[in-house]
Write a new protein. Structure first.
Lengths: 115, 169
């Protein structure tokens, strides 16, 4: 998505990306970002919480309207109302994705080797 | 407080991401906003793997299962007046339970319809676009950058869109 934001922007469309990973937005260079501290798969809030979703969207529209230079990242102060440990478990798939199932053990080895 | 990118990410993936050195390619592309929000037609794009179940095939998860370092680079065009119950999700990297309960948490069709009706925005484009965010390992966004991105830009402009909200999953 960071790459797509750049591509659309290069083709004459103004964009705002709402992401829980400002880490990547900064590394890839996203034109305008609203960062939210929400679990994956929930970029605009909790299901059924229209007021929360609307607040996040209006914040994103503010970023779109007010950002003055490319690479702007605004951090939302919205708080995820579920404890982090519980929320981290809830967003993940029931079984590991195919790439994690295959590469997880290799990745673990690689990172161990670096320490 | 700045957002912690790793708050909800398992430790293994966090350590891997933090080991990657990358600097943005400069200049970062930029299209200024010139039109008032109340006259702006918005486009919506998500990478939550959404598709219109009655008329579209899901993203190709069978190939991803057989070939785990590959991710489907395609997209689905979803009419923004689609009943939310007809939208399904095909994505092996997230639990879709909450998403299927309320599609608006990734593709905010209802919220943008409300904003348009209230006159907060000029309007919502007739078509939204969905991708499936996993683009292989190592990630390969070349297709999005060189072919699909420009194609989507053209489709959005044909519907008078000048601003786009993007929501990765």
């Amino acid at each position: 998505m960071p790459v797509l934001a750049r591509t659309l922007e290069a083709h004459g469309l103004a964009t705002v990306l709402v992401t829980n990973m400002p880490f990547w937005a900064e590394k890839i260079g996203v034109p305008r970002t609203l960062a939210v501290e929400f679990p994956f798969g929930h970029m605009l809030g909790q299901p059924g919480e229209a007021a929360m979703q609307r607040r996040v969207i209006l914040q994103a529209l503010d970023v779109l309207r007010t950002a003055e230079q490319p690479g702007t990242v605004v951090h939302s102060d919205e708080v995820w109302p579920v404890p982090a440990v519980e929320a981290m478990k809830a967003w993940q798939p029931g079984e590991p994705s195919p790439v994690i199932a295959v590469l997880g053990p290799q990745l673990r080895e690689m990172l161990r080797g670096r320490r | 407080m700045p957002v912690d990118s790793f708050k909800f990410l398992p430790r293994l993936i966090t350590a891997f991401y933090q080991s990657i050195a990358r600097e943005p390619e400069l200049p970062i592309p930029w299209t200024p906003v010139t039109r008032p929000q109340t006259e702006t037609i918005f486009g919506l794009i998500t990478s939550a793997g959404l598709y219109h179940a009655p008329s579209q095939p899901p993203f190709d998860l069978e190939r991803e299962k057989a070939e785990p370092t590959w991710g489907d680079p395609g997209f689905r065009a979803i009419p923004t007046d689609t009943p939310l119950a007809e939208i399904a999700a095909a994505h092996l990297h997230i639990n879709p339970t909450d998403l299927l309960t309320d599609i608006n948490i990734q593709l905010p069709l209802t919220r943008f319809q409300e904003l348009a009706e209230e006159g907060v925005i000029g309007g919502l484009a007739p078509t939204a676009y969905s991708f499936m965010g996993y683009q292989g390992f190592p990630p390969n966004a070349a297709a999005w950058q060189n072919e699909i991105g420009p194609q989507i830009a053209g489709l959005l402009k044909a519907e008078a869109v000048t601003a786009v909200l993007l929501t990765p999953a």
